[in-house]
Write a protein that binds this ligand. Sequence first.
Ligand SMILES: [Fe+2]
Length: 300
Amino acid sequence: MSLIQQLGFLEFEVTDLDAWEGFMTKVLGTELVDKAADGTMRFRMDGHLYRFVVTPGPRDDLRTMGWQVESAQKLDECVARLEKAGVEVTRGDADACAARGVLGMIAFRDPGRIPVEIFYGPSRGREPFKSDYVGSHFVADELGLGHLVISTRNRDESRDFYIEVLGFKLSDHIVCEIGTYQVDIAFLHTNPRHHSLAMGGPMPKRVHHFMLQVGSIDDVGLAYDRARDHGVVIEQELGRHPNDRMFSFYAQTPSGTQFEFGHGGRIIDDATWEPTTYHAISEWGHRRPPRKRPKPETPA
Ligand SMILES: [Fe+2]
């Protein structure tokens, strides 16, 4: 088993809390768990007490990604590995653990300076999760909340850090050109989900997109309809990726970052898995929708 079990939570710092509340509940179909006096909201999508934290601030970007390990012993192993690699690690005190609802946690920054937390013992929701909008279910629980594509200072440096220090495994690469843009992405797994983390080069924000997976094709179509109905900007129409086989679409969060919403992601068996390189980002689809052009001004 990998040292890291799964992607546990994502924390976003956002300027428009109301827009995020509507987006998380009415578009994605997660459930609001609680709202603090400063406006910080938590949302759930499976048996965990929460999977998303949305907090007020000017950044409109990912604030923290949280990775789950099995036990205090595994957390100590992470500390030892990180310190051996020269990473400055902070241990979360009782207040920090209570705020996160975990039994133990550490914090540090990855090579791209993204704040990372690793924890064990997350709180569980009291009631079974049931979405008002997603009729099947979110494919989460022991596979983690989904996946995340992060910005790096240097792609190889971050890929090697997550593999060599934190024990992630390489799934594959996608290397191709889209127009004049050179795509070179590394995909890593830490449980049977094809990838929980992926990375290319430097980007304006810390995260390109996060992905949520649902249990039916219809739930992808219904989410697409909800996104359109709520005026969400669609970035890529429906399509399928060659490596994780995800049938999905991409659209904007209220912070201008993106999310992917999909079904049918591939499950990896490490006993037989051979990393490879693909030369296309999509088998079909994932095309940018036509943008509305401004009406030409009528000459006077
Ligand atoms: Fe993705």
